[in-house]
Design a protein around this ligand. Sequence first.
Ligand code: PLP
Length: 769
Amino acid sequence: MLTLTDIQPQKDEIYLDNNATTPVLPQAAAAASHAMQLCYGNPSSSHITGIKAKYILETTRNLVRKVIGAPSGEITFTSGATEGIQTAIISALNATRGQAATADKPVLLYGATEHKAVPETLKHWNNMLNIGAEVLAIPVDERGILDLDFIRRHVADALIICTMAANNETGVFQDLKALESVIRQGNDKVLWMVDCVQALGKFSLDIANTTIDYAPFSGHKLYAPKGIGILYVREGAPYTPFIAGGGQESGLRSGTENLPGIAAIQAILSLLDDEEDDTFKSHEVLLGYRKQLSDTLCEAFPDIVFNHDFACSLPTTLNFSVKGLSSKDIMDLFDAAHIRVSSGSACSSKVSGSFVLEAMGKPKWQSDSAIRMSFGPATTQQEIDDACEAIKKAVKALHHSCLILSDTQDNSEFAVDGLQQWVYDQQCTWCYVDKAAGECIVLDMIPELVNKFQTLVKCQNYQVNGVLETHRHDGQLLSSEIVRELISGQMLSSDYDHLGWNKHNTELTLQNGQQVSAINIGTKVLAKLPLPGHTENSVCYLLGTAKEGRLEAQDIEFAFVGDTLQIGGLGRVDLPESSAEKMYESLRNLAAVIADDTLICPSHDYQQLFSTCLAMEKRTNRLLSDVLAGEINAGEFKQQKALVDTKLPPADHHNYCGSISTSSADIGHITPDKLKQFMADNPGATIVDVREPHEFDAYPEECVSGKALVNIPLSQLTNFVNRHRQEKSSSTFVCICRSGNRSDAAARTLSRYGFNKVYHVPGGFALLS
Ligand code: PLP
């Protein structure tokens, strides 16, 4: 195990994710440490050590009052804003229980862009306390500003209204005065909570001069440690303790106070309150920082769109999207370049947009591609200068990888030759490139990847020999047609059929004597094999090397099977356009023309398994092996497959196209602390960095444990398997990535394919550097 002090920030780290959490300022850390080591008393103890602790507690409370402008009302220390939100909502709902029972149709109102802590808490306690109110989201306009007319219409029936001072994803702030006037004109009794988490330290609140009833704050959003928060409660507003016990905080919140956290808050608020101190920057300075960052971003990404109106946003947050780049592309790039930002969407394989941007009515691509870059009110000019330099440098890697185009295009370093797999939301687009010939084909284009392909083709000036589909469902989005139009100048032919197949093709004979049509791609051929079953029009494309008019099974490298065969399953046949009998024949036909170890590339990858082959499928898929061995006939297959399909999720679900099964190959782990020794013991081992080329390029870690890294990105893993079949048992590979997720997936796949000396490093670069 690594020791705590082994875990250090990365060299040159640029932290631009302050809305998620801030670093602790040295003054706050010193204050917390002082409270822990020297003033460690319990504020409830009556001896002198306790009295000192109590003094820190009460002086901090007074400072909070001063900074947020609350001479009256209660200030309690909590564990964070989520607890403050619970307390406020429980207090309000508990007090309005009677009201709820008599009201016609009581509602609980909250802003549609509120942090999840708010709607989830409203729903939870509405149920737990049997309030029976309707929980209603207040819509926002395209700038993220709350719809005042909606509030006007509903506020009379509201038991509580929850709004936020500033949004955590976009920095959009609300006009609290205008909001207050609408709320109070419609209902002078309704309890009003304002989430002030992102506002503290960024604008003055003067809270007691408003009719806000509850205001939660969080220490870790303003340079104090995690685990400390503040709740303001207006004088006379109903209150129910969320935590009962020893009666601390005048009985409002039991539990021994987090005095180190409270001391840290005191240090921060003292700096904020000190007009002579320049730790916290003026609004003008922060506006200057934002301008510098946004100018840099605009220069780096000509197709950038900012997702919020700067005029009504805090200067410290920039939320943007870049056409053609997913938020994962940018996040990964920046992270590799040691720049920390966050995205509203995208985990490893599933894509889910930002609900905040969706509520603002932004198009789906904008929400799916959103990046949040946030600095803090204590950020320095030097940090912003460094960030801008790092951004400029990182973006060059996107040019080299052909992910964005530039006027001074230098595409000579583009490294891809062979097969690439692009996965979006568990769907796969396969792209085959023959670099020497300057030709490529793309199969099963996913709408979200259209721009990526277009940019690649233009960047490398490829001739596109085919934009192909393996099948088409009724009413499906025609992204292939969009692509063909966008790159029409680079298409080999404009004469193709409904699946994009070039009508000017030649004939080839397959292993079983079957005649099929084929096109050339560089030195290889691509043959089209009809494969009806999942849909009537399903086909499979076979890529390999033809000899004297024949394409033998052992010369086929890849079979692009669409949805007919999946990793661990078969495509569903319960659709109106499906036929189980035809699928039965198609599977047997496929097995007659490809080899057991031909790499099968399906158009879905539900479990990061990348690709498969018949040998592996026959081992894990009984139904398929029975079909191929002739153990069952078409009628029996139909019956058994119908049973399998009933267990599939509905047709509109992610698993729309077929079944999946799990696979958990056992692979070796080398924990980061053991890597050095492992490399000393195995000097011939190759360390494989499975991050994408733009990440590798952005800040190559160059060597790990004295060994140079080899870049084999996940998108080229199937290509790698194909080219290194001979080394399965001779070579040792140690896979590594940022966190250990992708290296785990890569190692599992290599191991499935029979590479028997494969390891991965859990924790990856995050724990190594
Ligand atoms: N409200 C907003 C606007 C936030 O940004 C956050 C944290 O992301 C919270 C509430 C929850 O705060 P805490 O982490 O202190 O519970």
